[in-house]
Design a protein around this ligand. Structure first.
Ligand code: UD1
Length: 428
């Protein structure tokens, strides 16, 4: 039971570094199973989703260890394709293991995956893609039993450019003889990173970053050392922290091209953002202006993982902003807490209309999902007075010691372990 205590009103100033992207590293860890040789990932943040993924790899008989800031994976000893219920229910990304397990062992047994409660999050597209490669899939007592004896290269059309489904089909097809073509593939930077990694291991993938990805099957892949792309959502959240507090922050290793939709909106709100030696620098105005219309959509559209943070910014911006969430159906869970802090938000279906108020007021609020939790921290940073954000284990899923990053920029924030709260809940 931990929470953040935050005293708002401090302008954030200074410099902070972003590390490897969680959403890149999770599929990379799965893809490391495609070779028997050692793979080393550099600069991997210590996040619980990454720890859960490493536990699953170890359960399958692989080596997965932390070593000098990175992670070493070796799958030569992999001796099972039955994935553990507990960890798979904790992280949705466990579903990424379907593709590599099928590629390597021609079988995979996986319980239905878990993850943040931000919508229905079905896995039908993953299964459709794998079926198009000849995988036989059955639901046996709540577990998906996938058999790949008859797997073959082929044409896969995704009805929607799902990030996870694209990654799964890529990993399932890398070792199949012949050419697999994915149509309507996702174009996220994390997909490009996965393909770059597999190609470095000896794979032959063309077209990543476009809607058509071609995978020429190879006989085997080799061990490499690899560094994932910097986390664009952590970088975007830090830019928002600078913006909402009227500060000036430099984010080392933030990639301009991967953050364009966020930079565009922050610029519309009055921020000045420049590329500077290996990073970005943001200078915020005294008060942010409202943005006219923000619509989330698959890359290169506005990332849904930055929507909650922008909702917070809109609550204190001058004027009326409108947000439409097109990717996940339940991603306004944070709005209730923002209302308690004095925000003016009206939600109808997928659209939120936000009238900016001069100041939010500190309150006790609760993280409901990963990015929504980060959005509440942003709200507390700019609010008048003190706030606490509870349920921060959700925030820890995507931000490695968020309080340290923000404190290094001058924020008044502390992590508090409150055992009393646990007792209160335990008492009947
Ligand atoms: C990934 C990211 C997540 C991000 C999301 C969208 C990781 C670990 N997570 O999640 O942070 O928010 O991309 O950018 O990389 N869908 C289906 N059927 C499927 C798969 C998806 O209907 O089989 C729907 C989802 O419910 C959702 C939409 O497609 O509405 C997008 O999902 P998807 O692109 O698959 O996201 P994830 O890979 O789960």
């Amino acid at each position: 039971m931990e929470r953040f205590w935050i005293c708002g009103g401090k302008k954030l100033c200074g410099e902070v570094q972003v590390h490897g992207a969680k959403n890149a590293i999770l599929p990379l860890l799965a893809a490391a199973l495609l070779t028997d040789e050692q793979v080393y990932f550099e600069d991997v943040p210590d996040l619980c989703d990454i720890r859960s993924m490493m536990e699953i790899l170890r359960h399958l008989g692989c080596r997965a260890e932390r070593e000098s800031g990175g992670i070493l994976v070796e799958s030569a000893g992999m001796d099972g394709c039955d994935m553990p219920d507990k960890q798979c229910k904790q992280i949705r990304s466990s579903i990424f293991l379907l593709g590599p397990l099928l590629a390597k062992l021609r079988c995979a047994k996986v319980p239905c995956p878990g993850g943040c409660e931000i919508g229905l999050r079905p896995i039908d597209l993953h299964l459709k893609g794998l079926r198009m490669l000849g995988v036989h899939i059955q639901d046996v007592e709540g577990k998906l039993v996938c058999r790949g004896e008859n797997m073959h290269a082929g044409n896969v059309y995704l009805d929607y450019p799902s990030v996870g489904a694209t990654e799964n089909v890529i990993m399932a097809s890398v070792l199949l003889p012949g050419t697999t073509v994915i149509h309507n593939a996702a174009r996220e930077p994390e997909i490009v990173d996965l393909c770059r990694f597999i190609n470095r291991m000896g794979g032959r993938i063309r077209g990543s970053g476009s809607q058509v990805i071609r995978i020429d099957g190879v006989k085997r892949l080799y061990g490499v050392t690899y560094k994932a792309i910097p986390d664009r959502i952590v970088a975007g959240t830090l830019l928002c922290a600078g913006a909402v507090t009227g500060g000036q922050v430099r984010i080392r290793d933030a990639q301009f091209s991967n953050l364009l939709p966020v930079i565009d909106k922050l610029t519309e709100m009055g921020c000045d953002i420049k590329r500077e030696k290996g990073g970005l620098i943001l200078r915020a105005p005294g008060r942010l202006c409202a943005f006219s219309n923000l619509q989330t959509s698959p890359h290169p559209g506005f990332p849904t993982d930055m929507q909650s943070q922008m909702l917070t910014l809109a609550t204190v911006a001058d004027g009326c902003s409108m947000i439409t969430e097109n990717v996940f159906e339940s991603r306004y869970a944070t709005a209730g807490d923002l209302l308690r802090m004095g925000a003016d938000i009206r939600i109808a279906g997928r659209t939120a209309v936000v009238r900016g108020v001069e100041k939010l007021t500190g309150a006790n609020v609760r993280a409901r999902d990963l990015r929504g939790g980060a959005a509440l921290v942003l709200a507390a940073l700019c609010a008048r007075g003190e706030s606490t954000v509870t349920n921060i284990s959700l925030i820890d899923r995507g931000y490695d010691k968020m309080e340290c990053m923000l404190a290094s920029l001058g924020a008044q924030i502390k992590r508090i372990s409150d055992f009393r709260e646990e007792h209160i809940h335990a008492d009947p």
